[in-house]
Design a protein around this ligand. Structure first.
Ligand code: SF4
Length: 294
């Protein structure tokens, strides 16, 4: 069946945003081997599809290896991903580890198991990357995940910290990349529905979604309903940090600030009494420049 114009437009928009994120953060370089983590959810299917499409016209050459970790949750449909991945012709590995039994034996009944489960999963992913010689690990977190993490840390950990588009693993061995960092969840969900991916539910382990994260999701959904574009605006703020207008003494030298300091050290001076540059000046309304990756 021919894809509809709507689906083609949506794919183009997602590819364009993923391509821009990859270019902006130098996520993928010539000769890289990228391990793409596939959970069977909408985000990871979309990630793989976009990376495969972008590889066709990328200015660099790189290898993609899809990986699924079968955590032995009851009812996990183990044949779905091998069948799907073989069908689309991507190189892949299925890694089987019974982390389900481990978390069940360590976490008391009724408590959320996600944090231990994620730690175990992370270790297995890093080891797999090492075994197969992948220097990059691609995860399917998107713009909304990044914004939700910002608010989680802000409200519950007292830190101004989100989820970076690119980071080096604790052992220094790999670079983790999030090519969907500019892609909105609504677009991804629409794309995944239109692509009819064989989605594997993420609640097979019986664990409840983290309650605090759930609250943040509801808060952002409510804000976005009442003030469309708010999630984009918050994400955009993450790319325009002004240390001189926050209060972290390790990021800005407040102690040595004296009369006559160069205006550049104050990132534009004190505009506290000036009108805020919103509305037509909002940078969100500016077209995104073309990049070679798109
Ligand atoms: S929902 Fe289940 S599989 Fe997913 S992270 Fe939590 S414990 Fe692990």
């Amino acid at each position: 069946m021919e894809p509809s114009n709507n689906l083609l437009r949506l794919r183009k928009r997602l590819e364009s945003k993923a391509g821009k994120a990859i270019a902006d953060y130098h996520m993928i370089e010539d000769g890289d081997t990228v391990l793409v983590c596939i959970s069977g959810g909408k985000d990871s299917y979309t990630l793989l599809s976009l990376l495969m499409a972008l590889r066709e016209r990328a200015p660099v050459s790189f290898r993609l290896i899809a990986m699924n970790l079968d955590q032995k949750q009851p009812g996990f449909p183990a044949d779905v991903l091998p069948h799907y991945l073989a069908n689309i012709g991507v190189e892949y590995r299925i890694v089987e580890r019974d982390t389900y039994s481990v978390v069940k034996s360590k976490i008391p009944e009724g408590k959320t198991t996600c944090s231990l489960c994620s730690r175990l999963r992370r270790g297995i992913i890093y080891r797999t990357a090492k075994e197969i010689g992948a220097n990059k690990i691609a995860l399917g977190h998107h713009r909304d995940d990044i914004v939700h993490t910002l608010f989680l840390n802000l409200f519950f950990a007292g830190q101004l910290k989100a989820m970076p588009p690119k980071l080096v693993t604790d052992d220094g061995a790999h670079v983790v990349i999030r090519p969907l960092a500019y892609c909105g969840e609504t677009d991804i969900a629409r794309f995944a529905r239109a692509m009819d991916y064989p989605i594997i539910p993420c609640n097979l382990c019986g664990s409840q979604d983290n309650l605090q994260r759930q609250k943040i999701r509801e808060m952002m959904a409510d804000w976005d309903r009442r003030y469309p574009g708010r999630t984009e605006s918050v994400f955009s703020a993450l790319q325009k940090i002004v240390p001189s207008h926050l209060a972290d003494q390790t990021l800005f030298d407040f102690k040595d600030l004296r009369p006559g300091a160069a205006l550049t050290s104050m990132a534009g001076g004190d505009s506290v009494f000036d009108p805020q540059p919103l509305g037509d000046d909002c940078s969100l309304l500016q077209p995104i420049p073309l990049q070679v990756w798109r």
